[in-house]
Design a protein around this ligand. Structure first.
Ligand code: F6R
Length: 242
């Protein structure tokens, strides 16, 4: 793992954006695995800015999102499809038909999971998978105790995860109880992984995931087994790495 602690927000997003635009420039038909949540918001804003300045085109890129809530209408303000459209896709020259997010409203969710995996297998591997990390070490929505060999699957969300995401909803009751997520096995197939960790509240889990025992109890620790991982920490999250 290559672990870097960046001094300020600008350096953090600039470094992450540089990795992605470098890849897309050298491989215009790159396949990107994308994440939602608060962590990549600044990165997506930077990618839009670089696109507007003529520094990068996403015209040939295909994207696969990690996860989606089950049962939220696609156009719900908090669905991950809406998030991606608003934070990135609507503002760059990507072909919307090549942006994939699991369908949390599929009539047959098991079939949706299988078909997402088929698509990843047929079109893969993903060139770069972007990840954030939950306070409990989850990646995607692979919560502690996750099945190592799993592909895309439906998961019940842990109370801690629902509480963390409640800030985006009017009340905790409105936070979905389940999500579809790519599995750890699918994530590990990516050629490169870019793990972003921001904020003092993530310092402990960053330390545990990156230097602690490799265990399914901390799904992000499994990334220690991947041959090509870049981790960017901001000052707060990087407390133990300075
Ligand atoms: C989102 C995702 C999650 C988040 C994680 C951190 O697509 O897969 O694993 O990356 O929950 O969320 P934030 O960035 O909001 O702290």
């Amino acid at each position: 793992m290559n672990i870097y602690t960046l001094q300020n927000e600008e350096a953090f997003v600039q470094t992450a954006a540089g990795l992605i635009t470098g890849l897309v420039t050298s491989r215009p038909r790159a396949k990107l695995g994308l994440a939602t949540g608060s962590t990549p918001v600044g990165l997506y804003a930077k990618l839009i800015q670089m696109h507007n300045n003529g520094l990068v085109s996403f015209a040939g890129v295909t994207t696969y999102n990690l996860d989606e809530y089950v049962g939220l209408p696609e156009n719900h303000s908090e669905s991950y499809r809406t998030f991606m459209n608003e934070k990135l896709f609507n503002h760059v020259d990507i072909n919307m038909e090549r942006t994939f997010v699991p369908n949390g409203n599929a009539a047959d969710l098991e079939e949706e999971c299988r078909s997402y995996d088929r698509m990843l297998d047929e079109n893969g591997p993903v060139d770069l998978q972007l990840l954030g990390i939950g306070h409990n070490g989850h990646i995607g929505f692979n919560e502690p105790g996750t099945d190592l060999s799993g592909g895309t699957h439906v998961v019940p969300l842990q109370e801690e995860t629902r509480l963390a995401n409640a800030r985006f909803f009017d009340s905790l009751d409105e936070v979905p109880t389940h999500a579809i997520t790519m599995g750890v096995a699918s994530i590990m197939k990516s050629r490169q992984i870019l793990l972003l960790i921001r904020g003092e509240d993530k310092a402990e889990i960053a330390h545990r995931a990156l230097t602690g025992p490799i265990t399914t109890q901390c799904p992000a620790s499994l990334l220690q087994c991947h041959p090509n991982v870049v981790v960017l920490l901001d000052e707060g999250a990087g407390r133990y790495f300075r």
